[in-house]
Design a protein around this ligand. Structure first.
Ligand SMILES: Cc1cc2nc3c(=O)[nH]c(=O)nc-3n(C[C@H](O)[C@H](O)[C@H](O)COP(=O)(O)OP(=O)(O)OC[C@H]3O[C@@H](n4cnc5c(N)ncnc54)[C@H](O)[C@@H]3O)c2cc1C
Length: 276
C-alpha cells in the first residue's frame, strides 16, 4: 500500500510526553558527557528474624503487584506477609518503563487501569513521600488514517464505559493545541490522541518507596525466601511452604510475575502469562 502525503502528515505512531517534571542528578553518556538524570531510591532490605507461624494472607512475590496488594489488604484489616525468592523489586518491577496509561487498552483491562491511574494520582499524598509519579499527559500520533479511525472509535466507546466519579480524559487534538502540547517541537503532525490524565513514574524509585511504605504499615517482607508450594487440607489451602519453613494461612495471592505460571502449573492450574 502506497504511503500518501496525508498519512505522512498524520505521523508514525509517535509518542510524546506533554510536560515533564523531576529532580535531576547527573548521568554519564556514552560520549562521556554528564547529562541530567533522575536520582535513584536506595535498595530496600527485607524483614529480619524468623518467619511468622501464621498470617491472614501470604503474598508470594515482592514486585509492585505483590507490594500494592499487601498494602490494599492491610488497609482492609488483614495481617499480611510477603515472601520473596530474591530481593524486593529485583525483577520486572524495578525495570519497567513506568507509563501509567490506558490509551487503546482493550475493554477487559481498561477499567482496572482507569482506576489505577486515579490511585497513582493520589499516591504521593497517601504515602507521604515522593514516589516519582507525575501526571504528565501523553500525546500519541496515529500511525495512519486507519489507526486514527480506530482511536476515534476507541475514545467513543470508552468514554461511555466510565462513570462520572473518575472522568474519561482522552480526546483527539489538532492544530494549536497539538503544537502547544508538543511544547514547541517542530513537526508536520496534524492530529493526535491526547490522554490528559496519564502519568509516569520511575520504576527504580516508585517500587522501593512503596516497599518502604508497606514496611511502615507493618507488612513483613521476607526476602531470599522462595515459596515452594501450597499445602491443602480437605481441599482448602492450609500452608504456604517456603524455603525457610511453612506459614499457616487459608489465603494466598500469587504475585510472582513471570514465575506465577510455573508455580501454579505445579498445582495443576494454568495461568496464561508469557513463558519464563
Ligand atoms: C520492558 C518492560 C517495560 C514495561 N513497561 C511498562 C509500563 O510502562 N507500564 C506498565 O504499567 N507496565 C509495564 N511493564 C509491565 C510491568 O513491568 C509489570 O506488569 C510489573 O512490573 C509486574 O509486576 P509484578 O509484581 O507482577 O512482577 P515482578 O516485578 O516480576 O515481581 C514478581 C516477584 O515475585 C518473585 N517470585 C516469583 N516466584 C516466587 C516464588 N515462588 N516465591 C517467592 N517469590 C517469587 C520474583 O522474584 C519477583 O520479585 C513493562 C514490562 C517490561 C518487561
Amino acid at each position: 500500500m502506497a504511503i500518501t502525503r496525508r498519512k505522512f502528515l498524520i505521523g508514525g505512531g509517535v509518542v510524546a510526553v506533554a510536560a515533564g517534571a523531576g529532580i535531576l542528578t547527573p548521568m554519564l553518556t556514552r560520549e562521556g558527557r554528564f547529562v541530567p538524570g533522575k536520582p535513584r531510591h536506595g535498595f530496600v532490605a527485607g524483614t529480619e528474624g524468623p518467619l511468622p507461624q501464621q498470617a491472614d494472607v501470604v503474598v508470594i512475590g515482592a514486585g509492585i503487584l505483590g507490594i500494592m496488594t499487601a498494602i490494599e489488604l492491610v488497609g482492609r484489616g488483614l495481617d499480611v506477609v510477603i515472601v520473596e525468592k530474591g530481593n524486593i523489586a529485583g525483577e520486572q518491577s524495578s525495570r519497567f518503563y513506568g507509563q501509567v496509561i490506558t490509551y487503546k487498552m482493550p475493554n477487559e483491562t481498561f477499567l482496572l487501569h482507569h482506576l489505577g491511574k486515579q490511585r497513582w494520582r493520589e499516591m504521593n499524598a497517601k504515602v507521604g513521600a515522593d514516589t516519582s509519579y507525575r501526571t504528565q499527559g501523553r500525546v500519541e500520533v496515529p500511525f495512519d488514517e486507519e489507526d486514527l479511525v480506530n482511536v476515534r472509535e476507541w475514545i467513543d466507546t470508552r468514554s461511555k464505559n466510565v462513570g462520572s466519579d473518575i472522568p474519561f480524559k482522552t480526546r483527539i487534538i489538532e492544530g494549536a493545541e497539538l503544537n502547544q502540547r508538543l511544547n514547541g517541537a517542530r513537526s508536520k503532525w496534524t492530529i493526535a490522541g491526547f490522554e490528559e490524565d496519564s502519568g509516569s513514574l520511575d520504576a527504580e524509585i516508585a517500587t522501593f518507596v512503596m516497599a518502604d511504605y508497606a514496611k511502615k504499615l507493618g507488612i513483613k517482607i521476607y526476602t531470599n525466601c522462595a515459596a515452594r508450594g501450597l499445602e491443602t487440607q480437605a481441599g482448602v489451602i492450609s500452608d504456604v511452604v517456603t524455603e525457610k519453613g511453612p506459614i499457616k494461612t487459608s489465603r494466598v495471592v500469587v504475585a510472582g510475575g513471570v514465575w506465577s505460571r510455573l508455580f501454579m502449573q505445579n498445582l495443576g492450574v494454568d495461568v496464561p502469562t508469557l513463558p519464563a
